[in-house]
Write a protein that binds this ligand. Structure first.
Ligand code: BES
Ligand code: ZN
Ligand code: ZN
Length: 506
């Protein structure tokens, strides 16, 4: 689907569905007042008869019966005026229009922007909302090709002076955010038989070639040389070799900051010998959602071009039981030199991240460059975060309050809610092991998300600000959410892009 900007007169546009936002009010809406007869008479009559008040969450679909070139008019209730400048609202309304257009099998739709608030922000949000809402994962549906021809192919955003450079830039921003998210969704939705660690490595190389990024993929032998005992331990049970992906973006202008992003890339998590239940395993092809977030961000960062150096890391592995699998009681030597006693092979994400975080902060990372100013990891790390926060709010924990605050703020702006949990230090003693430097699970007294984060903290040097996003609750959804069809959500891609974009502006 593509987005077009146009300054054409709304009621002259030929389209299947013309969406008109209406704010709550008793009198005839100003948005409809400039429409000429005979359509005006018809709309006035319909508006009165249906008592359409513009209430939030309501819509009114009207066939135009040949009174104007648009086939249908969709009045979209915006609620009380005032909130309208919030991009989150525009994104939701774009979703309302796209869903209605898909239901009607419309091939094109248009949105009239009469009172648009800050024009550029609104264009970016509507563009992003339409593209995210129209996303489908239908590669494996036999009739997908045929159906796609019937699907929405074009959305026109209509408003005054929409041909300016700043409007086109805003559209571009919305497109890049959506492209990165949809790419991460695709990677996450694809089956584990396709998305192996090797596949992720090849994707990284592909992105590197297309976008001009520096990419290095360490495979098994290289990881052995580096001493990444934790990644190697997790991978031991699988015939698929692990890898660690490193991707770097350097801006052409001087970089204001250097940020490292690390994403958990478990391409299938069976739990290993601490085997999951069949139901617990159902969604585990998606245990690389954090890695997909990092690849999604890296895919567009060069075109977004923030004045920030960005390094992306994805430790990738399968977690399977077999005769060669790592076992409860095994002790792994991590890249940092510290040893970990594995008491539950299903707590594998923190092991992969331990090596990747330590590497991202070490002098070897960034191809010998300076250490990062901040490191952020994204992972489907604990079932506990889903219990605590459900499927609409992600968990965030970190050592630096201003970094955590900036990420929460960025998340709010893009409609990805994050809630901070404490890195409660007294729980740390639960990670003490009698035989190694640490063990990989806590004492079973709850707070699973906090304990996992406390474990990760051990592998980030104290002087480097660090934040951890636990997306296990929000990375996928069984029921459609606003702008998210069922399946992988791509949660955190837009938060991170917004965060990088904000760093450029400060
Ligand atoms: N990949 C899982 C976490 C997960 C659970 C993600 C549900 C998405 C949905 C992770 O590797 C895991 O198994 N964590 C264990 C940790 C436990 C063994 C300490 C968990 O949360 O149960
Ligand atoms: Zn696991
Ligand atoms: Zn896992």
């Amino acid at each position: 689907m593509r987005i077009e900007l146009s300054s054409e007169e709304a009621f002259a546009v030929k389209t299947d569905l013309l969406a008109v936002p209406l704010w709550e009010g008793k009198s005839y809406p100003a948005e409809l007042s400039h429409i000429g007869p005979p359509l005006k008479g018809y709309l006035t009559e319909a508006w009165k008869k249906q008592k359409f008040s513009g209430k939030e969450g309501t819509i009114l679909l009207l066939p135009t019966l040949g009174l104007c070139p648009a086939e249908h008019i969709l009045l979209v209730g915006m609620g009380k005026k005032g909130k309208v400048e919030d991009p989150v609202v525009w994104r939701q309304k774009a979703d309302v229009m796209v869903r209605e257009a898909l239901r009607l099998k419309a091939k094109s739709a248009a949105w009239v922007l009469s009172d648009q608030g800050e024009k550029e922000k609104t264009i970016a949000a509507l563009t992003e909302g339409c593209l995210l809402s129209a996303y489908r994962f239908d590669h494996y549906k036999s009739d997908a090709k045929k159906n796609r021809k019937d699907l929405l192919q074009k959305v026109i955003l209509l408003g005054h002076d929409f041909h300016t450079l700043s409007c086109r830039r805003a559209q571009r921003l919305g497109e890049l955010f959506a492209e990165a998210t949809c790419y991460a969704r695709d990677l996450t939705n694809l089956p584990a038989a396709v998305v192996t660690p090797d596949y992720l490595g090849k994707e990284a190389q592909k992105i590197g070639r297309a976008e001009g990024l520096k990419v290095r993929v360490y495979t098994k032998e290289a990881l052995e040389k580096l001493g990444m005992g934790a990644i190697l331990g997790v991978a031991q049970g699988s015939v698929q070799g692990p890898c660690l992906i490193e991707m770097g973006y350097r801006p052409s202008k001087p970089a204001k900051r250097r940020i490292a992003l690390v994403g958990k890339g478990v391409t299938f998590d069976s739990g290993g010998l601490s085997l999951k239940t069949p139901q617990g395993m159902e969604a585990m092809k998606r245990d690389m959602a954090g890695g997909a977030v990092v690849l999604g961000v890296m895919k567009v960062v060069e075109r977004l071009a923030p004045a920030v150096e960005v390094w992306g890391y994805v430790p990738a592995s399968e977690n399977l039981p077999s005769g060669s699998a790592y076992k409860p009681g095994d002790i792994l030597k991590t890249y940092s030199g510290r040893t970990v006693e594995v008491l539950n092979t299903d707590a594998e994400g923190r092991l992969l991240l331990a090596d990747a975080l330590a590497y991202a902060c070490s002098s070897k990372g960034r191809q010998g460059g300076d250490p990062p100013d901040a490191v952020i990891d994204v992972a489907t790390l604990t079932g506990a975060v889903r219990v605590a926060l459900g499927n609409r709010v992600g968990g965030i924990l970190g050592t630096d309050p201003s970094l955590v605050r900036a990420l929460i703020e960025a998340g709010k702006r893009v409609g990805e809610e994050l809630w901070e949990l404490p890195l409660f230090a007294p729980y740390r003693e639960q990670l003490e092991s009698p035989v190694a430097d640490l063990k990989n699970i806590g004492g079973g007294g709850g707070a699973g998300t906090i304990l996992a984060a406390l474990f990760l903290k051990e592998f980030v040097p104290a002087e480097i600000p660090w934040a951890h996003l636990d997306i296990a609750g929000v990375a996928f959804t069984d029921t459609p959410l606003p702008c998210i069809p069922r399946g992988a959500t791509g949660f955190a891609v837009r938060t991170l892009l917004q965060y990088l974009w904000d760093l450029d502006k400060t």
